[in-house]
Design a protein around this ligand. Structure first.
Ligand code: NCD
Length: 309
């Protein structure tokens, strides 16, 4: 696969690109630790367009760009504060912003928004979440974290837990996991939030072994990675449907007692009540380290997509 110009979907990456990005991310950790920043992207400008709320993703992209010596312009509430509010099409906004900046990071409430932008953009488009569809850069930092914590991804047993229907991070993660060998998945959810069927088809067609289960406690002792997710309140048709789906799986001290000594707990964050704060001090709770890794992985990605040849 040639190096992609955009990162719109997990399908844009191959194993070779993942491995290269993770080597670079490790080097970025060292840059930040020893010098704080570099000038790899000096003179380049990144635009961030966020039509949905964000803390980690937007800040880590913006700080990543700054730590690479580049500049950032952004709309953190683009739904109200960009010309979209006046009726401008996403395509026109893309053409304009792309004529000022060298790359655009976008989070949008509509599935397919980043792909629409990539179809007209002159500069790289990075999808930071499109509706309940995909969030490929989160999957990059999830995989980087697994490799960093456990030394490998190949051969691991993982449980993806919670809102597998609406959680875009687990969709991208499943796609990227097909690039690894012998990964076995437990998809843990109640019937109301089962994994999307298109994602299940991707897993089946690429030979990834998965099992859909609705009891977390029963399989917790089997896994190397427990990936918890938030029930995506904003994506349910009604508050009632959300209330029926939430609160089913809570990671607390009792659940941690079932987990293997070398297993790790991940979560894309933000958490609501699905991981009890009493778990935070457990060395297997890797979610804050995971969020921090977002900075290094996004520095690696920006260097790869935005550097002048
Ligand atoms: C996730 C998202 O926006 O999809 N957050 C993130 O980027 N780390 C997960 C979520 O909102 O639950």
């Amino acid at each position: 696969m040639d190096r992609p110009r955009h990162l719109v979907s997990a399908a844009d990456v191959d194993r070779c690109l993942l491995d290269d990005l993770f080597v670079l991310a490790r080097a970025m950790e060292e840059v930040v630790r020893s010098r704080g920043s570099s000038d790899d992207l000096h003179g380049r400008v990144l635009a961030t367009l966020f039509y949905e709320p964000s803390t980690r993703t937007r800040f880590s992209f913006e700080v990543a760009m700054m730590r690479l010596g580049g500049g950032v312009v952004g709309a953190e509430n683009a739904r109200e504060h960009s010309s979209g509010a006046k009726g401008e099409t996403l395509e026109d906004t893309t053409r304009i912003v792309g004529s000022y900046a060298d790359g655009i990071v976008v989070r949008h409430y509509e599935e397919g928004a980043a792909a629409r932008m990539a179809a007209v953009a002159e500069v790289p488009i990075i999808n930071a979440g499109d509706g309940s569809h995909e969030h490929p850069t989160q999957a990059l930092l999830d995989l980087y974290t697994i490799e960093r914590e456990l030394g490998r991804v190949d051969g691991l047993r993982m449980a993806l837990v919670g809102d597998l229907a609406h959680g875009r991070t687990v969709h991208s993660l499943c796609h990227m996991l097909t690039l690894y060998r012998d990964v076995r998945l437990y998809l843990v959810s109640p019937a109301a939030t089962r994994m999307r069927s298109d994602v299940l088809e991707v897993l089946s067609s690429r030979g990834v072994a998965y099992q859909e289960v609705d009891e977390l406690a029963a399989i917790a002792g089997e896994v190397d990675v427990l990936y918890q997710t938030r029930v995506q309140k904003e994506r349910f048709a009604s508050l009632d449907a959300y209330r029926r789906a939430r609160g089913r799986y809570v990671i607390d001290r009792a659940l941690m007692a079932r987990l293997g000594p070398h297993a790790i707990v991940l979560h894309p964050l933000p958490r609501v009540d699905e991981i009890s704060p009493e778990v935070d001090a457990d060395p297997r709770a890797a979610y804050f380290r995971q969020a921090r890794n977002g900075l290094f992985v996004r520095m690696a990605l920006l260097t790869t997509l935005l550097a002048v040849e």
